[in-house]
Design a protein around this ligand. Sequence first.
Ligand code: ZN
Length: 236
Amino acid sequence: MICNLGTRVVNNYLISSDVGLILIDTGYAGGFQHFMKMLKRNHIQPGEIKYVFLTHAHDDHAGFLNEVLAATEAKVILHPKAVEGLKRGQNSFEGGCSSIKAWMFCQVLSLFGHGDHRYPAIKDAYLERLIPTDSERFKSLNFPFEVLETPGHTADHIALLVRDVLFCGDAAMNGFPSSRRTIIWIEDLQQYKQSWEAMIRKNPNTLYPAHGKPFKASDLQKYLDTLDHLKLYALK
Ligand SMILES: [Zn+2]
């Protein structure tokens, strides 16, 4: 089962597993009520969510994480480097926008007061529910899934491979204002391309991005070379 509890802006996938329901990312701060409404519409009790898989610590992925943790007993699977970000409650500004169009979009966000990309820092009481894990450590948790380190968009980025479906977070994107499946913000171009290569090697069928509709994994191969020509446009 894959169920999307997100909004038009951010997807929040919920998947079933032997260990209970796994929620992939939350949305922006202020999105919790919508999230609860979507749970209800799908006849799911919050307590059924046993894990949150956080692809990376960004404002549109960890915005209402505290509220999800308050409503559940879920543990959070995340990369060790994501912990600092959650404690800080703010995106890093290292890197830049991957196109002029993306840069203009980010300028518009700033006009609406979203330019500092802050979100509520994780509450101390929930720190013990974090399971910082890289791909190796994840194996010891005995999930029937695989974690892929996919840095580039951020240093802490991970993706979740569930059979032939790859939940790729912001390692790729499929909607405005992105093009050719490339995410609009990249911290490190070289790492970003290597992450695409790592995703291609796993040979998934479909990618479920955090932004936009699912797409065929073959698109990554199709657009891989265009990553060589990207330039980053810094915001600060
Ligand atoms: Zn992001």
